[in-house]
Design a protein. Structure first.
Length: 204
């Protein structure tokens, strides 16, 4: 999946170099004259910071190798969006949420007839307005200086972030949304991988 992602970035005209944060012990598994490989950290934020140290361009794209279906066209569209908005710090690929989303609230435990307290259960606390909700994806393209500033926070705050746009937003930066579809899926299960392989084969 890493190679699929690398191929898409190599085919993008805006990309000047690629840096991969590899798991410790796998730094030498990848190569290429346009490819830098650094040792990743124990957390996502540490891995991003390690790769960012090797970046010297004004813009940087952060991508999860778990999303192998990105296209060069998507990379170019994100860069174009950010170029057209000089006051923005970044832009993310995101898909509109189509499911009805519920926010859960825990029910207080109650006693069974034998006097033993039941395990806590969740109940619907609210139904959210899905017209306002987007599922964040990658790539996420940032002004490099803005991302470096956003990463310069305490370790707990940095490691609690589930994507880089959270940190840029918290630092006061404006992050744009570029609408994408569900086909830019994240591979987290064997089923996801089968779907990704089918979609890739369908591209011919």
């Amino acid at each position: 999946m890493v190679e699929w992602s690398i191929d898409a970035f190599r085919a993008s005209g805006s990309v000047r170099s690629i840096v991969v944060a590899a798991p410790p012990g796998h730094v030498h598994d990848l190569g290429g004259s346009d490819l830098g490989v650094v040792a990743g950290g124990a957390t996502r934020a540490e891995s991003v910071a390690a790769a960012l140290a090797a970046v010297g361009t004004a813009l940087v794209a952060i991508h999860d190798a778990a999303r192998p279906l990105l296209t060069p066209e998507l990379v170019e569209a994100l860069v174009a969006d950010l170029d057209a908005a000089p006051d923005a710090a970044g832009v993310i690929a995101a898909a509109p949420v189509t499911d009805t989303i519920k926010r859960a609230e825990p029910l207080r435990g109650s006693l069974r007839t034998d006097g033993v307290r039941k395990e806590p259960r969740n109940a619907v606390g609210a139904t959210l307005d899905r017209s306002e909700l987007w599922a964040a994806q990658t790539p996420q393209v940032f002004r490099t200086a803005a991302l470096r500033e956003a990463l310069a926070v305490d370790e707990a705050t940095r490691d609690a972030a589930t994507d880089e746009s959270m940190l840029v937003e918290a630092a006061g930066g404006t992050v744009l949304i570029h609408p994408t579809g569900p086909e830019n899926l994240k591979v987290t299960t064997p089923h996801d991988l089968r779907v990704a392989e089918l979609l890739l084969r369908g591209r011919g």
